[in-house]
Design a protein around this ligand. Sequence first.
Ligand code: 7RM
Length: 638
Amino acid sequence: MSFQIRSFEAYQKAWGKSQDTPDEFWRDIANTFDWMEPFSSVKTGNFQEEHVRWFEDGKVNITANALDRHLPTKAHETAILWEPNDPNESTRKLSYTELSDQTCQFGNALKSLGVKKGDRVVLYMPMTPELAIAVLACARIGAVHSVVFAGFSAQALADRIEDAQAKVVITADEGRRGIKTTPLKATVDAAIANSTFVESVVVQKVTGADCQMESGKSIYWHDLIAGHSTICPPEPMDSEDLLFILYTSGSTGKPKGVVHVHGGYMVYAGYTFSNVFQYEPGDVYWCTADVGWITGHSYIIYGPLLNGATTLMFEGIPTYPDPGRFWEICAKHQVNQFYTAPTAIRSLMAAGTEPVLRHDLSSLKVLGSVGEPINEEAWQWYHDIVGQKRCPIVDTWWQTETGGIMISGLGGLSPQKPAHAGYPIPGIHPVLLDPNGQEIKENNVEGLLCIAHPWPSMIRTTYGDHERCRNTYFNPFPGHYFTGDGAKRDEHGMYRIIGRVDDVINVSGHRFGTAEIESAINETAGAIESAVVGFPHDIKGQGIHAFVILDAKSIHLTVDQLEQAAQNAVIHSIGKIACPDRIQFVTSLPKTRSGKIMRRILRKVAEGEFESFGDTSTLLDPTCVDLLVSGAKQLKTK
Ligand code: 7RM
């Protein structure tokens, strides 16, 4: 791509240009893509206005850029390389022609179900090529995809389907991860039992397990596509038309539907993929995320395909059949860029170096990290053992809301420092603010990480509730986008992300709001009130510690029964991934006279920090702290 930066000096120049003449900077990059009609302005509006629009009046379809554009030169090159859960099953390869044909065919099939431009389609699928095909097919016909991670419960799926008012749900009979199978179709059935919106359910056969296929509503993928043409012209979309909704947790209330659009998202995902990973033609790139998260959207599907890359998709888990699986796949497919999460690195680190060293990893050129701060020990292991001290690490900081990587080194070009995400991507202007909104100009001081100017793939709205979007991201510090993260900048201008400053817990790189988990726990019979905090966890980054107050009627139950009930409540309303690691039953919570829970105290207790609680004079009942401490000391940890 003509926008690929090739030296650190060129990066500095590009960043400078992006600040001096931002419209010119983004116009040139946007014009490397195919537009059906040119845009009349690069950017309209700013953070203080209701809306920011990019590439207004331009007509575009992201799939025309991710597929059609490559057909003249890459028709037979591999677009998607798929590695199944079971290493003895065969790999699948889809060339750009095959991916394009199957996308078009499935697009036509969706149209036959009545899906029209602007309709929402929910995808609840395992990591198969069909998931990528379904995503692209929605975009192709102008439908809005909303992928829901296949580990979420029926309740969580139902909430998302209802919020998006989805017309069609696409799923599979079962998902396979390691030795486990999950009944996806049955979960969808439970989720849509009371839905008034869902008209059809499309089911990919993965394991061949029997599923209930109610006639007139459910149809198998292979039956649905039969007879449909592989020609489906890309729907001309306004640059600002919705591409997808992806739900993510915040500090309050239900998960928010983060909205991204065709034009700006395309430009930024394409630009960042090329530059951060320094992808070169012929390389094999692998991101181990699930498409159910933003990382999978931007850096398994869209970013790589926009660049005509070969993107590897893996159905399974890092530890099946053994903890050498990632490295076996890297060697088997000669992976050049490998992108994973610190939690995976830490868990594989625990398996020792032998599973890594028994594979030939000489093809690797760039290693990436995403999802949470990477601790120095994990960084060093990744660098020394996986990368053999040869490969640069790009520690990529970004969010569902940002659409693409915001702060990161560019593979092999930028100076690197363990645990530091590094420098901003051209076009991105990070600032650190104090709680009063004053900019912190000194170095090595922690501040609230904000972004000073709009960028093309910024969140457009939270679906169905623009007010919530304004209040969460743009109103806290007028004129800025507020990230919810704390960060420090060193004397060289490199950023180190410290972590969330709000009530969001990051478990294995997955975000959960404490409020969301608390309301799940409060559904438990006998639970009166609860408070949830994160604590440092060796593998997961953060674990979940729940403090729960029970009513007197629950006293006949054993602690194990009560604990099980509370955990089941969370599994039921969110999914296993949000299950608390520890549940501590308490008789009271540390509240101020105004009734606010002092979470600072709970965090200290959960961290095993049993002294120096600071000022507790505003507590209604200061003796509550001693009880919390003695309870925590007795708690058996799992
Ligand atoms: C891409 C993604 C976003 C939150 C974000 C941070 C944390 C992500 C890093 C990181 C330190 C990183 N989207 N985070 N990447 N913290 N260094 N490289 O993860 O919406 O699911 O989460 O994740 O707290 O606000 S996300």
